[in-house]
Design a protein around this ligand. Structure first.
Ligand code: SF4
Length: 186
């Protein structure tokens, strides 16, 4: 079975499509303010944990990888300096299925004031909301309104979709699943 064949994941996959569309529009509006490019893995830090719904999607993606690729990732599990799903070339092994937090990284993300840690805030927008983005991006100009993504809204929608998924499956919606656990168990 794939993630698309599991009916309990349909709400999540629809949300993911919407987030991808928002990200595409924000990327276009960001112009040369974004320096994100294939092979840049600065956002792929160790210790990523996932909600049950996103863990299931990544689990499907890991199951679909050729055994040789899974084995190579597992061999580097102990020594990996970044996310354990980065391959030897610094690319995400589950790129098409990567979690929402990975899909939105690098873009200018907007949160209500007080939600994110002070060190993550790059500036405030005209409505007093906190804006965060990769320090390599928007070096010469602040992101315009079309270049920002309402990350708090994405988080709230994900929480709702995860709650329904977890209730359907009878699991704790607040559970966090480490990516290392998914890879080790695969
Ligand atoms: S899941 Fe993929 S995109 Fe996300 S942190 Fe890991 S390697 Fe990077």
């Amino acid at each position: 079975m794939s993630a698309h064949e599991d009916a309990s994941l349909s709400e999540y996959l629809a949300l993911r499509d919407k987030v991808d569309a928002f990200c595409a529009a924000a990327t276009k509006a960001s112009g040369d303010g974004l320096r994100c490019a294939p092979g840049c893995d600065g956002c792929c830090v160790p210790g990523l944990t996932l909600s049950p719904v996103e863990a299931r999607v990544v689990e499907f993606a890991l199951e679909a990888l050729p055994e040789g690729r899974r084995g190579a990732l597992r061999e580097r599990l102990e020594d990996a300096e970044g996310c354990v799903l980065l391959d030897a070339e610094g690319r995400c092994s589950v790129y098409q299925a990567r979690p929402l937090v990975c899909r939105t990284q690098g873009l200018a993300l907007v949160y209500p004031h007080g939600v994110i840690p002070a060190q993550a805030i790059v500036h405030r927008d005209a409505q007093g909301r906190d804006v965060s983005h990769c320090p390599l991006n928007f070096e010469h100009q602040k992101p315009g309104p079309g270049a920002t993504l309402d990350a708090d809204r994405v988080d709230r929608l994900l929480a709702l979709v995860n709650l329904r998924f977890a209730q359907d499956r009878g699991v704790d919606p607040g559970q966090r699943v480490a990516i290392t656990t998914l890879l080790a168990a695969d």
